[in-house]
Structure formats: structure tokens, C-alpha cells
Design a protein around this ligand. Structure first.
Ligand SMILES: *Cc1c(COP(=O)(O)O)cnc(C)c1O
Length: 371
């Protein structure tokens, strides 16, 4: 039996069905231990093997170099907004923030309570909301910044960066010794990345990795040991790294599920394999929107997210009806974020191509019936 509905939730989001099946099978008794994973000591050999495999698989999937630590924490991406400056700025210190949407805006505002935060560019200054990214040549980098923060994929606005900023010694380039810090909550493991181009990568797991409650932090080890003295120990990257994410009890069941997702991803051809499917899914949906008279996506094509596709009905009076009929067609959670309005289809790794095909067919049928 498989589920009939396709779930386009922005997060917590759809999980790969084989993962849920395996978790269900193993729920009561994990591989003859007589215990559910959620009943095990986090320091015992059974859970340690689950944890170590999950970290090793994530390292494999993203080709994370040895001089980077992989931390599993709690608190979600929003908890990282104060923790990044607390851990990287120490006492005093400045940091640069690129604003490309709601999430990076939130990051900058929260960080400003902990250090001197400079906005290098704000995409909304163009007057069209968050629909593109200002050219790097216009960014105002500050000379004394300890890091540059950006959001790799703006989940609410549907704006995604193609990759890290250009780094080098030319005037408009990001200096090589300025660590780039990226919120990758909603596009981690959706496409290959060069981890070396970042000092720190973080995010909540509930979009592309697993259930809510797990936060991943991938940090270059030379950035450890700089924390403000008042940084809580459980959220001090050095403490978490030294204890192998076991300073306090980690979210064990969420780590187990993330591990199953990583194994599923490897079976899909890894991050490169899933990236090809993601590109196909996104193209199918954007092409359908662009070809229609009814639907519209307002993000400049080079910056359109492959994970989150916000769109509007040109006749907004049809919104309720669109959502009701979608639900009846078993296409779930398509309502847009309240800040942006309209609709949003989140098409993360675990959304199969058939789900996007079903959505496109529904949208075309809905439009035909209104013509
Ligand atoms: C969902 C999301 C967040 C917020 O994550 P929480 O886990 O709820 O704190 C932050 N940034 C991005 C890019 C997101 O997609």
C-alpha cells in the first residue's frame, strides 16, 4: 500500500516513503535489541552505531573534508541566529549579512543583538520585494567583518543562490579569509556543494533531511574556540564538537530518521543523482506556470528556487477554490506563506516527480475549467 496524497508542505515536509516504512518496521524492536531506537541510551553501542553511520553518510554525501566538524544540535535554524554570532564573534566584533528574503532578514535582525551587523545588500531595496539577488559587485563588504552570512535558499520567497559568492582578491570578491556562513535549511543535500567554500553551514532538518527537532551544523574546525564566554555550553560549537554531539542528550530518534534518509539518498545516486531529478521537477513546474495565463511566479528566472516555488493566481478570488479542489485531488499544503500570499509548492528531495506531474496536471485542468 502506498499513500495517495502528495504533500507540498514547506516544513516539516514530506519524508521518503521507504524511510517511513523502514522506521515503522523497526519501531518496536531495532534489529533484535529488544528496544525501540527512542528507548536506547544515546551512549550505548546500538545508538552509537546509528549516530556514527549517519554522520559518515552525511560526510560522504556532501564530501565534507576532515577539517570540518559535523554537529547535531537542537533548537532549529532560528536558534542558530544568535548562536552563530555568539560562537564566531566572541566579545565584540562585526559581521556582514546579505539579505535576500525573509529568513536572512530574520538572521540579521537577531544577530544585531550580539554584534555589529552590517547589511552588505538588501534585495528588497530594488522595490520588487525579494525576487532577485543584487549583483555581487554592488555588495558593501566591510573590512573588519569576521564572517559573511547568507541564506542559500529563501524558503518563503523562493529565491535560491546558485552557489557561494565569488571568492578571491578582486575588489568585488569575498576575501578568501572571510568565512561564508550559510543557512541551508531548505536546500541542503538537494544539489552538490563545495563545502570548502564555506566556513559554516547550518539548518533545521525538517525540510530535506528528517523530522523537526534536529539541527545540523557543519563548521570548519579552525573557527572553533572563539565563543563569547556567556555562550551556553550546550550551544557552544567547541563543546558540542569535542563531545561528538553528546554533551547533552541529542535528538536521538530524529538522528536515526535522518540516517535512514541519507541511506535512501545514496540509493538515489547521492546528491548528484537527486539534483538531476530536482532540476527536472522544478523545470516542469516553472515551465507550466510561465506558459499559463492564470498562474505567475515573480522571481527573476536565474534566482528561482528548485525547492520552493511560490506562485500566484492572477485572479486572487480563485485562491480558496484552488486550494479546496487541490485538497480533493490529494495535493496537500499548497497555501503560500502569509507574508507572501498566493500559493507555494515545496518540492524537496522526497517529493517524487509524479507528485509534480500531478500538480501540473491539476493546475492546467483548473485553468482550463475557468477559461
Ligand atoms: C524553516 C527555515 C528556518 C527556520 O527553521 P526553524 O527550524 O523553525 O528554526 C530558517 N531558515 C530557513 C532557510 C528555513 O527554511
Amino acid at each position: 500500500m502506498s499513500r495517495a496524497a502528495f504533500n507540498f508542505s514547506p516544513g516539516p515536509a514530506v519524508m521518503p516513503e521507504p524511510v517511513l516504512r523502514q522506521a515503522a518496521e523497526e519501531l518496536l524492536d531495532w534489529r533484535g535489541t529488544g528496544m525501540s531506537v527512542m528507548e536506547m541510551s544515546h551512549r550505548g553501542p546500538a545508538f552509537m552505531s546509528i549516530y556514527e553511520q549517519a554522520v559518515a553518510d552525511l560526510r560522504d554525501l556532501l564530501a565534507i573534508p576532515d577539517d570540518y566538524a559535523v554537529l547535531f544540535m537542537q533548537g532549529g535554524a532560528l536558534a542558530q541566529n544568535p548562536l552563530v554570532p555568539l560562537n564566531l564573534l566572541g566579545e565584540g566584533g562585526a559581521a556582514d549579512y546579505l539579505i535576500t528574503g525573509q529568513w536572512s532578514l530574520k538572521s540579521a535582525k537577531e544577530a544585531a543583538r550580539y554584534g555589529a551587523i552590517r547589511v552588505v545588500a538588501d534585495a528588497a531595496q530594488g522595490g520588487r520585494g525579494y525576487t532577485s539577488v543584487p549583483p555581487q559587485a554592488t555588495w558593501q563588504l566591510s573590512r573588519d567583518a569576521r564572517y559573511l552570512h547568507l541564506c542559500a535558499n529563501e524558503t518563503i520567497d523562493g529565491v535560491e543562490l546558485e552557489g557561494p559568492p565569488a571568492q578571491g582578491t578582486a575588489p568585488h570578491e569575498v576575501p578568501l579569509d572571510l568565512p561564508v556562513v550559510a543557512d541551508m535549511s531548505s536546500n541542503i543535500v538537494s544539489r552538490p556543494i563545495d563545502v570548502r567554500r564555506y566556513g559554516l553551514i547550518y539548518g533545521g532538518a525538517q525540510k530535506n533531511i528528517g523530522p523537526a527537532g534536529l539541527t545540523f551544523v557543519i563548521v570548519r574546525k579552525d573557527l572553533l574556540g572563539r565563543a563569547h564566554p556567556l555562550t551556553p555550553s550546550a550551544f557552544n560549537y567547541s563543546v558540542v564538537a569535542e563531545s561528538g554531539s553528546m554533551y547533552n542528550t541529542p535528538p536521538t530518534y530524529a538522528i536515526y530518521l535522518a540516517g535512514l534518509v541519507f541511506q535512501w539518498l545514496k540509493a538515489q545516486g547521492g546528491v548528484a543523482g537527486i539534483a538531476a531529478v530536482n532540476a527536472t521537477k522544478a523545470k516542469l513546474l516553472y515551465d507550466a506556470i510561465d506558459a499559463s495565463e492564470l498562474y505567475e511566479n515573480r522571481v527573476d528566472p536565474p534566482w528561482r528556487s528548485r525547492m520552493n516555488v511560490p506562485f500566484f493566481l492572477r485572479d486572487e478570488r480563485l485562491n480558496e477554490c484552488f486550494l479546496e479542489e487541490a485538497k480533493a485531488a490529494e495535493l496537500l499544503q499548497l497555501k503560500g506563506h502569509r507574508v507572501v500570499g498566493g500559493m507555494r509548492a515545496s518540492i524537496y528531495n522526497a517529493m517524487p516527480l509524479e507528485g509534480v506531474q500531478a500538480l501540473v496536471e491539476y493546475m492546467q485542468d483548473f485553468e482550463r475549467r475557468r477559461a
